[in-house]
Design a protein around this ligand. Structure first.
Ligand SMILES: NC(=O)c1ccc[n+]([C@@H]2O[C@H](COP(=O)([O-])OP(=O)(O)OC[C@H]3O[C@@H](n4cnc5c(N)ncnc54)[C@H](O)[C@@H]3O)[C@@H](O)[C@H]2O)c1
Length: 258
């Protein structure tokens, strides 16, 4: 992918960076000149990603408050500042109607997708607010950072057999809008994207029948490419995105009509 945005001198954290979308987003940020630290609970996957991308890595379970606080402190002290946070780590959970689901699975999905994103945002934005704003190459309004949350079309529309996942992503959308209001005067732009399905490990967890059902809901009749997700995240992480805080950006091949 050719670099359209110049993110040189910026430093980014990508959670879930050992996985499909996270890896693609990290690659795009690196191509644009940013420094990137990948956070993931999967240490083996992280090591592979580091070899592939040349990014720095940190093994972090985002549901562990003290691990998140320690990793945040270490990242700020290693790089001086964090300009970009991509809250991407997530799990799908059981694909079953609510009456067949286990409460433990519901809690686990909420724990990673919502509580984990909350912990990371809490820690990183708390420090981002205190770092100096930097003059921008494209806007006269100084910025301190960008936060991009990877939600899902299922958080906007709901989805049968994905109650926990959809609820967690709806929660992440509300978290995005709320934090955006809190940091609007600090020069921290907070947004979320709501992609339709991409062919990552997560999509491979579902049955052929459900896959066909999901595809049938997308007017463009195809899955989103990882690079298409990465390109939108790149814009949302750049100074070109300077007045859209709290925005929830659609990426669903026409599935969402709002
Ligand atoms: N693939 C899709 O169809 C799709 C569509 C819309 C949104 N999303 C969202 O995009 C994000 C990335 O999904 P993906 O498809 O690349 O999935 P993936 O399973 O390939 O990657 C997710 C990564 O998150 C990591 N992770 C899970 N729990 C963690 C924890 N507690 N702490 C740290 N890391 C943890 C995993 O180890 C993995 O590397 C997720 O938030 C997902 O909900 C995916």
């Amino acid at each position: 992918m050719g670099a359209i945005y110049n993110l040189s001198g910026r430093f980014a954290i990508v959670t879930g960076g050992a996985g499909g979308l996270g890896l693609g987003i990290a690659r795009a940020l690196l191509d644009a000149g940013a420094g990137v630290e990948l956070w993931d609970a999967n240490a083996a996957g992280l090591a592979e990603a580091a070899t592939e991308l040349g990014a720095s890595i940190r093994t972090v379970d985002i549901t562990d408050r003290s691990a998140v606080d320690r990793a945040t402190a270490a990242a700020f002290s290693a790089h001086g500042r964090i300009d970009i946070l991509i809250n991407n780590a997530g799990v799908l959970g059981e694909v079953k109607p609510i009456w067949e689901t286990s409460p433990e699975d519901f809690q686990r999905v909420l724990q990673v997708n919502l509580f984990g994103a909350y912990l990371v945002t809490r820690a990183v934005v708390g420090r981002m607010r205190q770092q100096a704003s930097r003059p921008s190459r494209v806007t006269p309004h100084p910025l301190r950072g960008h936060v991009v949350n990877i939600a899902s079309i299922q958080g906007k529309e709901g989805m049968a057999s994905a109650v926990a996942y959809s609820a967690s992503k709806a929660g992440l959308i509300a978290l995005t809008k709320s934090v955006a209001k809190e940091t609007a005067r600090d020069g921290i732009i907070v947004t979320a994207i709501t992609p339709a399905a991409a062919e990552t490990a997560m999509a491979r967890e579902i049955s052929a029948e459900r896959r066909a059902d999901i595809l049938g809901r997308i007017p463009m009749a195809r899955f989103v490419e990882v690079e298409e997700v990465a390109r939108m995240v790149l814009w949302l992480s750049s100074d070109e995105c300077s007045f859209s805080t709290g925005g929830i950006f659609d990426l669903s091949g026409g599935r969402a009509t709002y």
